[in-house]
Design a protein around this ligand. Sequence first.
Ligand code: ZN
Length: 160
Amino acid sequence: MKIEKNKVVSIHYTLKSEKGEVLDSSEGKSPLPYIHGTGQLIPGLEKELEGKQKGTEQSVVISPADAYGEYNKESVFEVGKDGFQGEEELTVGLQVQVDTGNGQAIANVTKIEGDKVTLDLNHPLAGATLHFDIKIEDVRDATAEELDHGHSHGEGGHQH
Ligand code: ZN
């Protein structure tokens, strides 16, 4: 069975940076299940997996535009520490929820200097070229219920 829209696909993956540093991996866990063609994976990965079959192993390189987007300097801004009253102690690397005026978003605290806090709304992997080692563990039809819920059930999927 080939991977196409609305198949439930389970993959083992290891994600590495351009320097070869492992950023994430399914090793030692169940394979990651997702419903193909529904935007659950980054676009570049879905493109590479399209048409492949169970058992396929491959290494793929995905450009930022097909992954988490280009790094946008406009999405970095400074705010006063006093805007964070009552929250847990601010540290670099903390993720905070901010109101952008356009809805809520997650920002990373990237710098703290005096009472100035630098927030970055870019995804931590924005601008990064990603290297994936992938193995396709399973391909099957999604059930009507899975398509209705928009996620997979069973091993590694949603339990409810
Ligand atoms: Zn469900």
